[in-house]
Design a binder for this molecule. Structure first.
Ligand SMILES: Cc1cc2nc3c(=O)[nH]c(=O)nc-3n(C[C@H](O)[C@H](O)[C@H](O)COP(=O)(O)OP(=O)(O)OC[C@H]3O[C@@H](n4cnc5c(N)ncnc54)[C@H](O)[C@@H]3O)c2cc1C
Length: 387
């Protein structure tokens, strides 16, 4: 499906045109032809991820000397948007690798980087990022997974739910209680005492494998501790903004796919002797969506620049970008269903999948309500953001 030229954003400038072209070509060749099949018979498309690794689409902001692309958060945003235009699940894998790759880059020892980061970026080993538990989602202070010292290592007990890649990952970064504080551990998922408890059947993004992990007296070596003891929340906070920026890109890709499909349908489907798009009732919602898409993209690019420059308000800016883009993409997918009429509700037509794929963007990486909490607290702390 051709990209409506009107949706092309140039605000990022020419310097990231090669990245946009790379991801556009990759998506057209490797993602779009298989997206509908992956949705219908959800499986883990390892072969696509190996191609992504070869193309340099894993670890976009990880320095080149550690095996990444050494690019900016701004480029990462565009990669997420471009992949998600083809299929959100594929973008989500890129986002997960970016998150865990950034954690290992910022906090990993050289040994941990050798053991986990290199194989992760080459797609030789797949990862999971395991925070959530049955009693701890938005409020992670409810985490009850516990690591207690044992000799020079640790013993891990607990259970995680809703974990992306849990059914297929080779290792996980696991948030656990260590006494009164929290720490992050690198856990080999083939170790004794680890089980993959179940695989979820989800509404959308169905090629993303999500499930549970249980840890029963899992012996961890001393080198499993990532960062300092008791620094679990600091570690997580250090990557949250980047994760949210990524989801804003993923949401934008869904929006563009919805707007593109709706535009084509408005031009080609006829009713009452003329294209349906000749009716303002059909055309204007598409126009509104296009304006929102551009606004969301500019907001996200602004957040990416603040992240790249290490500005103090980058985290709040990324929360704004995620909030706005995710809420918008759910509206845009709904708009596309409406423009398609009955076929928009039928499996095999793109809007039906986009509608299901969009909905989770308002929930994971912090719900919309949690983003509003972060933004409003930041506003109050900085007295209107003027400090
Ligand atoms: C497909 C999928 C993939 C996921 N992948 C991962 C993963 O890889 N790793 C991982 O660790 N987790 C993952 N999660 C978990 C996800 O991050 C959580 O589901 C999410 O953070 C919300 O937590 P919860 O489900 O416990 O909802 P709750 O925290 O119970 O929230 C329920 C509702 O209450 C609202 N709420 C809660 N507190 C407040 C408040 N203070 N003010 C206003 N409203 C509030 C929430 O916004 C929400 O609407 C995934 C979830 C899904 C569905």
């Amino acid at each position: 499906m051709p990209l409506p030229p009107g949706l092309e954003l140039s605000a990022a400038g020419d310097d990231n045109r090669p990245v946009r072209q790379l991801v556009r070509d990759f998506t057209a060749k490797h993602v779009m032809p298989v997206a509908a099949d992956l949705d219908a018979s959800p499986r883990f498309p390892a072969e696509i991820y190996r191609e992504m690794a070869k193309a340099g689409l894993f670890g976009i902001t990880v320095p080149e000397e550690l095996g990444g692309a050494g690019a900016r958060a701004l480029d990462y945003l565009h990669v997420m948007e471009g992949l998600s235009f083809g299929y959100a699940s594929v973008a989500d894998q890129c986002g997960l690798v970016e998150l865990v790759g950034t954690l290992l880059t910022k906090h990993g020892t050289p040994d941990q980087q050798r053991e986990f980061l290199g194989p992760l970026l080459r797609a030789d080993r797949f990862c999971a990022y395991a925070l959530t538990e049955a009693g701890a989602g938005s409020d992670l202070r409810g985490v009850s997974t516990r690591a207690r010292p044992d000799g020079d290592g640790w013993i891990l007990d607990g259970e995680k739910v809703f974990i992306h890649n849990a059914p297929v990952a080779d290792f996980a970064t696991v948030l656990a209680r260590t006494g009164d504080s929290y720490s992050v551990f690198l856990v080999d998922l083939d170790a004794n005492g680890v089980s993959r408890t179940y695989r979820e059947h989800k509404m959308g993004q169905r090629a993303s494998q999500v499930g549970g992990l249980a840890f029963e007296s899992v012996r961890l070596p001393a080198g499993a501790l990532l960062g300092g003891l008791g620094e679990g929340f600091t570690l997580m906070t250090s990557v949250l903004a980047r994760g949210r920026l990524g989801i804003s890109g993923l949401s934008l890709g869904i929006s563009r796919a919805a707007i593109t499909a709706a535009t084509e349908q408005a031009e080609t489907r006829t009713a009452f002797g003329r294209p349906i798009g000749a009716n303002q009732g059909v055309a204007f919602p598409i126009a509104d969506a296009a304006a929102e898409y551009r606004a969301a993209f500019l907001l996200a690019e602004d957040a990416a620049r603040r992240l790249d420059q290490g500005q103090e308000d980058a985290a709040a800016a990324c929360s704004m970008a995620k909030l706005y883009a995710s809420e918008a993409c759910v509206r845009h997918a709904d708009m596309a269903v409406q423009v398609f009429g009955g076929s928009g509700y039928i499996q095999g037509y793109l809007p039906e999948r986009l509608y299901r794929d969009a909905r989770i963007t308002r929930i994971y990486e912090g719900t919309s309500e949690i983003q509003r909490l972060i933004i409003s607290r930041w506003l109050m702390d900085t007295r209107g953001g003027t400090r």
